[in-house]
Ligand binder design. Structure first.
Ligand SMILES: [Fe+2]
Length: 304
């Protein structure tokens, strides 16, 4: 069985027109489908129907979708999730626009995780035949190429880590530990393929979203992204800066509803033989913001 990647992030926004403007004109995503106060968007280098879903009505995470390799993977995961004691339902084709049958799992952290193997193939903006390196019409705004990962909060990071290990075959690339004996898990960055992380979680309230991130080609793209944010009066949380954890480069910012976004580049390659890196709480500020070695209280406290 295998989980391929984060497929979609479905969030609530307070005002769909404002959110649409942010994700389309500032981030550069395209609206692929729209119905009933819900917009489905994809980035230019993504092939599947959508990667971000915006639903008007509040703020915060509705659900996460991870794409798996095939139906056998879904059947295996269903059994393992049941054995773990998680609530698992079958989801039907059409529950999500252009997404096939799959599983809907309530995580130990109360987040809803959907798993699916089929989604309508739309294709990237540059295609499969003699492609240009980027769309000929140019990129709009930041021009994000693809979704990368998400970070959610949970009351029990150790339990959620065990779920992702036992049920979904994820592994921890890096962990942040605390307590007198450094055996309390505070945060974990986990991968399913060879990225530094496909999901991460940190101790906090159940069911909340800290941020979701887009993958960018390099550090200079982050400076360009920051320029666009300034032009569009987007509130920046922190960055451009380097993470100690994942060694990635980052800018955090907010959509008009207050959901946190990130543009992320760099990092390293993981894999089945990866040995987990550990950070201790006395070095947590360097782990999160290696450049400035301090963490803004807003970064720790604001979740949606
Ligand atoms: Fe991130």
């Amino acid at each position: 069985m295998s989980v391929l990647r984060l497929g979609y992030v479905h969030i609530n926004v307070t005002n769909l027109a404002e959110a649409r403007d942010h994700y389309v004109n500032t981030l550069g995503m395209d609206v692929i489908h729209e119905d009933d106060g819900t917009a489905y968007l994809k980035s230019w280098d993504e092939a599947d129907h959508h990667s971000v879903v915006l639903h008007e009505g509040g703020v915060g995470l509705v659900k996460l979708g991870y794409k798996v390799a095939d139906d056998q993977s879904l059947a295996d995961i269903e059994k393992r999730a049941q054995a773990f004691g998680a609530t698992v339902d079958r989801m039907s084709k059409g529950d999500n626009a252009s997404v096939g049958d799959g599983l809907r799992i309530t995580l130990p952290s109360d987040h809803t995780l959907e798993l699916y193997s089929e989604i309508e193939y739309v294709g990237t903006a540059t295609g499969l035949w003699n492609p240009d390196p980027w769309p000929r019409g140019g990129l709009r705004g930041i021009g994000v190429p693809r979704l990368d990962h998400t970070l959610i909060t949970t009351e029990d990071p150790a339990l959620l880590e065990r779920f992702f290990e036992d049920v979904l075959d994820f592994r921890a690339a890096e962990r942040l530990v605390g307590g007198p004996d450094n055996d309390d898990l505070v945060a974990s960055w986990m991968f399913c393929g060879e990225q530094p992380h496909d999901i991460a979680f940190v101790k906090g309230a159940n069911g909340k979203l800290h941020h979701f991130a887009y993958h960018m080609p390099d550090w200079s793209a982050l400076l360009h992204a920051s320029d666009v944010m300034s032009m569009h009066d987007v509130p920046i949380d922190f960055g451009p800066a380097r993470h100690g954890v994942t060694r990635g480069e980052t800018v955090y910012f907010f959509d008009p509803s207050g959901n946190r976004n990130e543009v992320f580049s760099g990092g390293y390659r993981t894999g089945k033989d990866w040995r987990t890196i550990t950070w201790t709480m006395d070095q947590a500020a360097r782990g999160i913001n290696y450049t400035h070695r301090e963490i803004d209280q807003q970064f720790l406290s604001v979740v949606t």
